[in-house]
Design a protein around this ligand. Structure first.
Ligand SMILES: NC(=O)c1ccc[n+]([C@@H]2O[C@H](COP(=O)([O-])OP(=O)(O)OC[C@H]3O[C@@H](n4cnc5c(N)ncnc54)[C@H](O)[C@@H]3O)[C@@H](O)[C@H]2O)c1
Length: 459
């Protein structure tokens, strides 16, 4: 069955969730585009939006309308071609309203699986629980039959495990959108030895239609993005412990320092603890647990995250997209404090001069330093980064030492993802981290080379 035919009947599972809603938004637009082509006028398009949470499903329809309007406003000119035969649509706002209605009209929200009988492509984005995923996929397969293809958004569970547990016989691939799916261009596509070749090709074709850039990953828990991120977290938390013992910092002070260095001195979009909060403390813990379960000889577990989670310090985001407090406290989106486990509350930056003293300990930034935001669109960013990292390699401050250690560790992690067979090359690893995490440079880079013989006792 070809892709155009399959696109007539599609389902998103967990459609009201963070990832499912974004995937639903992308699919509704693509299906509306198909529906509007003259050659498809006799086809019927249905996008099943299934979620167990009725209230969230109601909210989803409002979310879709708002986001579809925003997206259509940005592409009103190209949408005109789709409505070339409609003389009644004159102004841009007519075209936008028509496209929003056409997209919404394919959507069928539902809380029961039975409604999606007949779906030919199923995008699964339910809770990250192996048992629940097995159960739901098995039930759908019994309803839909052996032609249906499955795309799972799992962050960590091996695809082969899902395939076997649900008895899908190679009709499932890992389709790892990044958050938020409608904005992030990166898509990790994970195949197994049993994946049907036609499905792999179709996964690539769908990604192209949804405007995604595909990076292939092999079926090893955590895949590439989280494979790097989780180990980067463990490096950060080990640095926290080291700063506590060697620099006599409190845990909250050490978290402040590591977060600041990982953002500023590594020229990343956010510090490592801010990124943990963005993803969610519990989500990170859970991914580590799944990776530990499926990767021989490596235990990914962190005591700091465990203690934070036990206190209910979880981060994550509100439905509006606003950041919840987690390891760090946020004020209008800006980092404003660090959770102090010893006191059970946030140590605020605005209270006292503790952050000023820590900034002095971190030390002056090496010559040529510029913030991530300033370099992002700069055509000379590579030259500027090269000059800056050369200076960093010879700077004798605590901040520079910590940054060097992280650069070297990040490179090791990236190379290991290749030697372990998760990624086919360091270019793929770098592509995932640059495109998915918005780093300005991949982990396997020449800057880290400069630091290798200088990290000594700093890691
Ligand atoms: N959040 C991220 O940053 C991110 C990134 C990439 C991949 N993922 C993966 O995407 C999947 C979903 O994550 P999320 O963050 O969107 O979670 P979420 O909790 O926001 O959404 C999950 C949705 O699934 C629904 N659900 C739960 N059980 C269900 C069932 N049996 N049938 C139908 N719906 C059900 C829930 O009601 C909820 O709306 C997970 O596998 C996760 O690992 C998450």
């Amino acid at each position: 069955m070809d892709l155009d035919t399959r696109l007539e009947n599609v389902a998103v599972l967990g459609a009201a969730g963070k990832m499912g809603s974004g995937i639903a938004l992308l699919l509704a637009q693509e299906m509306a585009r198909q529906k509007l082509k003259p050659e498809n006028k006799d086809r019927t398009y249905v996008l099943h939006l299934v979620d167990v949470n009725q209230e969230a499903l109601t909210g989803l329809m409002g979310y879709l309308r708002t986001q579809l309007t925003k997206a259509a406003e940005k592409s009103a000119v190209s949408l005109r071609d789709l409505y070339a035969g409609r003389a009644d649509l004159v102004e841009n706002y007519d075209i936008i309203a028509a496209f929003v209605d056409d997209s919404i009209s394919v959507a069928r929200p539902s809380t029961t699986l039975e409604t999606l009988k007949g779906a030919k492509l199923v995008f699964e984005a339910i809770i990250e629980d192996k048992g629940i995923k097995f159960d739901v996929l098995r039930k759908i397969d019994a309803l839909c039959g052996p032609e249906t293809y499955y795309f799972t958004n799992t962050s960590s569970i091996p695809i082969g495990v899902l395939d076997e547990g649900a008895g899908l016989g190679g009709r499932i691939i890992g389709y790892h959108f990044y958050n938020p799916p409608a904005v992030q261009r990166l898509l990790e596509l994970i195949t197994t030895k049993s994946t049907q070749p036609d499905l792999v090709k179709m996964g690539g074709d769908i990604a192209k239609r949804l405007g995604k850039k595909v990076f292939p990953a092999n079926d090893i828990a955590g895949f590439i993005g989280n494979g790097h991120f989780m180990r980067d977290i463990l490096h950060a938390t080990s640095e926290v412990k080291r700063l506590m013992s060697e620099e006599s910092m409190t845990e909250a002070e050490a978290v402040y320092v590591v977060n600041k260095v990982s953002q500023d001195l590594l020229v990343r979009p956010m510090g490592i603890f801010q990124l943990i909060d963005y993803v969610g403390v519990d989500v990170c813990r859970f991914i580590m647990m799944v990776m530990t379960e499926h990767i021989d000889g490596e235990t990914l577990k962190d005591d700091l995250l465990e203690r934070l989670a036990a206190k209910g310090v979880l981060g994550g985001q509100y439905a509006s997209g606003a950041q919840k407090d987690g390891v760090l406290k946020y004020d209008g989106g800006r980092v404003a404090g660090v959770y102090d486990l010893s006191k059970g509350g946030y140590a605020l930056f605005a209270e006292g001069d503790w952050t000023k003293k820590l900034d002095e300990k971190i030390g002056a930034y090496p010559a040529g330093h510029a913030a991530w935001r300033a370099l992002l669109m700069d055509p000379a960013k590579d030259d500027k980064l090269s000059t800056y990292f050369k200076a960093l390699s010879t700077t004798d401050t605590l901040g520079a030492k910590l940054a060097r250690g992280t650069l070297v560790r990040s490179k090791e992690i990236g190379e290991r993802l290749v030697s372990d067979g998760v990624a086919s090359s360091v270019d793929v690893v770098n592509g995932v981290i640059v495109n998915g995490f918005y780093h300005l440079y991949g982990p396997v880079n020449e800057y880290a080379e400069l630091m290798i013989d200088k990290v000594g006792g700093t890691r």
